[in-house]
Ligand binder design. Structure first.
Ligand code: FAD
Length: 386
C-alpha cells in the first residue's frame, strides 16, 4: 500500500479545492495536493453567476482575466412584469463603478477547468479519479486519509472541499442534509435567434415575474448569443428514491413546467420554450442544504471544512461559489500565520466565527430571495399542500 506525505491535502477538486490550493501557493508560498473523485474531463454542473465578491478572489489568484473572456459580463438585472412586459425596476448584480466588477455568467466547469489549469501551472498536483473513503485517524501530529485506490495519505492538514455530500465532514460532525423546500428548473444554451421574436421587447438579463412564479432570463456565452432560463419555486418534499425517479422522468418534469409557465400570462418566448422547444440542456434540481454546523474543524484542528461541505445552501442568492472562494482565501491566510500550527484551535475559531457570520448574512439574503420569487397567490400554496 502506498504511503505519501504532504503538508496540506485538499479533498475535492471542484471550485473551493483548486481555489484554496492557488491561494495557499500564490499568496503564501504553501504547496498542497488535491484529490478529486471525478475524471478531469467531467462536464458536471450548470451555468452560474459569479458576483463581484467571487470575482475579486479570482482576480487575486490571477484567473479573472481569463474567465472574463469565456463568460457573459453584465451589470443590471431588470425586473419585469410577465403580463404587461413593463419593466418594474432594476438592480445591480455587479457594477464596475460600484463594486469594481461586473457580474459574470459562466459554466461551472469553465471556472473549474481554469482554476485547475492555473493550479497545474503553479506545480500543484491534482490527482483525478481518486475518491476519499474516510479519515482513518487524526492525532496531534498528523491526519491519515484512505482513498479508494488503496492509497493511505499522511498529512498535516486535511481540508474538506468535497461538496455537499462531503465524506470528510463526517469526521468533524455527522449531520443530516435538509431539504430547502425549493426546486429549480434550468434550461441552458438556447440559441437566441431561434426563440420567439417577442424576446426583442425585453431588456436582458431579467427576472420576469408572473402569477405562477418567476423566470430568470440570462444571455450566456461570451457574446450573449445563447440564452439560459431558470426558475425556482416551492415543491413538496419527496423520498430520495422519488427525487431520483423524477430526475429521470422527462415527461413529468415537462408537465410541471408546462403547468406553471405555458398557461398564458407569460411572454411568448418564455411559454413556447416550455410548450414546444424544450431545451436539450434541461436540469431539474431539488435543493438540499447543510444545516448550520457547530464547528468547521475537528477539535484537534487538523481537519477543516469549507465551501459547500461546510454550508451548501440553495442557489437563490447566487452566492454558493462566492462563499466557497471567500472561505478559500481567508482560510489560506489563516493557515499561513507563522504560529498557526501551535495555535490551531484559536486561529481556526477566529476564522470560523468570521465566516459563519458572513455565511449567515448571505443565507438570510438567499432565503429572502427565494420568498420574493414565490407568487403569493393560492396557486403555489395549493401545489405545496398537494
Ligand atoms: C443549480 C445550481 C445553481 C447554482 N448557481 C450558483 C450561482 O449562480 N452563483 C454561485 O455563486 N453559486 C451557485 N451555485 C452553487 C455553487 O455551484 C456551489 O456553491 C459551488 O460549486 C461549491 O463549490 P465546492 O468546491 O465547495 O463544491 P463542489 O463544486 O460540489 O465541488 C466538490 C468536489 O469534490 C469532489 N468530491 C466529492 N466527494 C469526494 C471524495 N470523497 N473524494 C474526492 N473528491 C470528492 C466532487 O467530485 C467535486 O468535484 C449553484 C448550485 C446549483 C446546484
Amino acid at each position: 500500500m502506498d504511503r505519501a506525505t504532504s503538508k496540506v491535502t485538499i479533498v475535492g477538486g471542484g471550485l473551493a479545492g483548486p481555489a484554496l490550493a492557488l491561494c495557499l501557493k500564490k499568496q503564501h508560498g504553501i504547496m498542497s495536493t488535491v484529490y478529486e473523485s471525478r475524471s478531469e474531463d467531467d462536464e458536471g454542473g450548470v451555468n452560474i453567476a459569479l458576483a463581484p465578491n467571487a470575482l475579486r478572489v479570482m482576480q487575486h489568484i490571477g484567473v479573472y482575466d481569463e474567465l472574463r473572456t469565456i463568460g457573459y459580463s453584465y451589470e443590471e438585472m431588470s425586473m419585469t412584469s410577465a403580463r404587461t412586459g413593463q419593466q418594474l425596476g432594476s438592480f445591480f448584480n455587479g457594477s464596475e463603478q460600484h463594486y469594481n466588477f461586473a457580474a459574470l455568467r459562466i459554466h461551472r466547469r469553465e471556472v473549474q477547468a481554469t482554476l485547475r489549469r492555473e493550479a497545474r501551472a503553479q506545480g500543484i498536483e491534482i490527482h483525478f479519479n481518486v475518491k476519499l473513503l474516510r479519515v482513518v485517524e487524526e492525532t496531534e501530529k498528523m491526519v491519515k486519509l484512505e482513498f479508494d485506490n488503496g492509497e493511505i495519505v499522511e498529512t498535516e492538514f486535511a481540508i474538506a472541499a468535497d461538496g455537499i455530500y462531503s465524506r470528510v465532514r463526517k469526521h468533524v460532525l455527522d449531520v443530516e442534509l435538509q431539504y430547502s423546500g425549493f426546486v429549480g428548473i434550468l434550461g441552458m444554451y438556447m440559441e437566441r435567434k431561434l426563440l420567439d421574436e417577442s424576446i426583442k421587447n425585453f431588456q436582458l438579463p431579467m427576472f420576469c415575474f408572473g402569477n405562477t412564479g418567476m423566470v430568470a432570463v440570462f444571455p450566456c456565452k461570451n457574446l450573449g448569443t445563447e440564452i439560459d432560463m431558470f426558475s425556482t419555486f416551492p415543491y413538496p418534499a419527496r423520498s430520495r428514491e422519488a427525487w431520483e425517479a423524477l430526475a429521470n422522468n422527462k415527461e413529468e418534469k415537462q408537465a410541471i413546467m408546462m403547468e406553471k409557465y405555458s398557461r398564458g400570462g407569460w411572454p411568448e418566448f418564455i411559454s413556447r420554450v416550455y410548450k414546444e422547444h424544450v431545451p436539450k440542456n434541461l436540469y431539474f434540481n431539488e435543493f438540499f442544504e447543510v444545516p448550520p454546523l457547530e464547528r468547521w474543524s475537528s477539535p484537534i484542528g487538523r481537519v477543516i471544512v469549507l465551501g459547500d461541505a461546510a454550508h451548501a445552501m440553495s442557489p437563490q442568492g447566487g452566492q454558493g461559489a462566492a462563499m466557497a472562494f471567500e472561505d478559500a482565501e481567508t482560510l489560506a491566510f489563516t493557515i499561513a500565520r507563522p504560529n498557526f500550527n501551535s495555535n490551531r484551535p484559536k486561529y481556526l475559531r477566529a476564522w470560523e466565527q468570521h465566516r459563519k457570520q458572513r455565511v449567515a448574512e448571505v443565507k438570510a439574503y438567499t432565503d429572502r430571495n427565494g420568498k420574493l420569487r414565490t407568487p403569493s397567490n393560492n396557486y403555489v400554496m395549493q401545489l405545496v399542500k398537494d
